[in-house]
Design a protein around this ligand. Sequence first.
Ligand SMILES: O=C[C@H](O)COP(=O)(O)O
Length: 235
Amino acid sequence: MILLVSPIDVEEAKEAIAGGADIIDVKNPKEGSLGANFPWMIKAIREVTPKDLLVSATVGDVPYKPGTISLAAVGAAISGADYIKVGLYGVKNYYQAVELMKNVVRAVKDIDEDKIVVAAGYADAHRVGAVEPLIIPKIARDAGCDVAMLDTAIKDGKTLFDFQSKEILAEFVEETHDYGLKCALAGSIKKEHIPILKEIGTDIVGVRGAACKGGDRNNGRIDRELVRELKELCK
Ligand SMILES: O=C[C@H](O)COP(=O)(O)O
């Protein structure tokens, strides 16, 4: 299982790399769960990340504005991101989500067809009025995305498993794989969740809080030893 760790700056990225993270996911918690960081930060983190590691960038907890988000996705791609992650926060249904993600896929793949597009839903979508989480695999498939992901929208300590059962998540992973896509799961994941995620077969686990000192995703800093422990559990 691949470990994705979400730094906010170059120093944290170096800690994540030193700890053995497989994907360096540039994020800005000040702007939300999948808050977008700045183009220059994506570029700077790409420059310090070994070429054999992928850099991911979130373009935000996005509204239903396909043009705006397509432009943001291109910005992330040309800034150096290999993975472009879109948080489907302001889309209400399948049709809006597919329309938005189809345009993002077209925009990103026009830049470089090897770039990877991630459709990210929220396990706690009901708390923010976002699109139903369990249709994310279909949305990703029908929009031409490469990865279907679940995260949590509100970072209040509740985890992915407070909103979706292990059985439901296993079905989510299986359906995603049936469509030939990769699956990523996140949402205040703790060390003790890693074996469960391995068991249900997700390809990628995304973490920030658990990799930060004190478990605080907003005020804590990523620590290489915490990343190392998470990486060992992913093996
Ligand atoms: O993929 C990244 C997730 O947003 C990780 O953040 P979290 O572990 O603090 O929930």
